[in-house]
Design a protein. Structure first.
Length: 172
């Protein structure tokens, strides 16, 4: 397990104002396991169909990326590949077109997205493999989106509050 360095000031901001009960933790984890299993079972056939189209487009089917989770724990997040193979290398060239503030990055009509990628992103189908992250305990069904390590440096104290909870598929 690898952790991102968080200084004392940042750690104080992560302390939760109340103590959550054992029942809360057990029931939330049970819901995540149940929902994650159901999600994987229901998404198995669509993932197989999409895998065919992604593979036909060339390259690998799955995309994995290091993300920062609860309390700065770094984990590997899985998605269906929706971009060209060298998308991470091209990101630096596109930073000036970023439409979001803070540490996050988003471009409307991102040129790195493949044709099949546009379709699966429209319906968020590229996120289906993240049910595996939920089963592993790295993510929850409900929670904020996990950030990239390089985005963490640009986070404000307000943004860093996201690290106090387990990241989720929903982005809520």
């Amino acid at each position: 397990m690898r952790l991102v360095r968080i200084d004392e000031h940042q750690r104080e901001n992560l302390n939760q104002p109340y103590s959550e009960s054992l029942f809360y933790h057990v029931s939330k984890r049970a819901m995540d396991i149940s929902g994650g299993l159901l999600g994987l079972v229901l998404s198995a056939v669509p993932i197989l169909v999409l895998a065919y189209w992604i593979k036909k487009d060339g390259g690998c089917i799955f995309y994995s990326q290091k993300r920062v989770g609860k309390n700065g724990k770094v984990f590997t997040m899985y998605k269906l590949r929706s971009m060209v193979l060298n998308a991470d290398d091209l990101k630096d060239e596109l930073l000036e077109k970023n439409e979001l503030h803070g540490g996050m990055f988003k471009i409307k009509d991102d040129p790195r997205v493949t044709e099949i990628g546009r379709k699966i992103r429209h319906y968020s189908l590229d996120e289906m493999p993240q049910f595996w992250n939920v089963l592993k305990g790295d993510m929850s069904l409900v929670g904020p989106r996990p950030c990239l390590e390089r985005e963490l440096d640009k986070y404000t104290d307000y943004d860093r509050q996201r690290l106090a909870v387990k990241p989720g598929i929903s982005g809520l």
